[in-house]
Design a protein around this ligand. Sequence first.
Ligand code: FUB
Length: 323
Amino acid sequence: MKSRLITAVMMLSGIGCLHAVNPIIQTNFTPDPAPYVHGDTVYLFVDHDENDAQYFLMEDWQLYSTDDMVNWTYRGTPISTGTFSWATQGDKAWASQAIERDGKWYWYICAQDAESGLDAIGVAVADAPEGPYRDALGCPLTKPGFGFIDPSVFIDDDGQAYLFWGNNGLWMAKLNRDMISFDGEIRYIDELDDEKAFGPKVMKRDYALNKRMLKSNFEEAPWVSKRNGIYYLVYAAGGVPEFMAYSTAENINGPWTYRGRIMNEAENSFTIHGGLIEIGGRNFMFYHNGKLPNGGGFRRSSCVEEFSYGDDGSIPFMPFTNE
Ligand code: FUB
């Protein structure tokens, strides 16, 4: 009773030291969390595993928000495969990320190009985070390709926007100011390097599972950010199951230096996928696991951990917490 009273007083006084319970959303399965800070609000763009999914079964994307990093409000299901006429319908609504620019909201998604059966990145645009959204192009932003999933959008200090994406390979392209077209060629990033950072045991296991025998054990789910002039690339690494790792660079075009593992393999999920934000001087890392009742590798839920950067700019290893 006493702790409930303290909690109520703290909430009324707006003291921001309460902790969210993980998973932070308990009403839907919400994989691939993509947080975005806008003013005092954190928006969380997620995809949506169906309740009875036995394999990846995802047909729409949802939006949640919070003003206190504790209580999350469902803001609707603004887009689905139906938003994208070129996409396979009712399935393959995979990871996404959204950003606001010049008063417009751009929601980058990946889906399956119905004609070719290959992966592709698309973009929907709206005047508000909740929508209504429309397909900005009526066709994919990227050409369809193997591994063209998991878009991450980033705007640098000089206003130049970039899109990164990829599974079993990492690609990047400059975005024009309109945010819906590329400026120049798509570039394959082949200089990711983690060989020296991993011990032989981990390398053997991870490399055995890496289909393309990349030099890096990058798997998917890139998330690009910048802090104190350093670029950060957080990603899912290692194969099945995945863990979270990161690299840094002094230039957005690399080279990227491997900086280590920041999260272990997700609990009850063979994938892990997330992104980081800073709000009010606090830093948060989002990810997903399969720990909700009836959860699992195809029924995943968003979670969050608070962390502090090291004095050298490093991201610490983050143990999973329940709250
Ligand atoms: O949610 C579908 C796929 O699983 C994502 O695109 C990957 O990053 C992995 O989380």
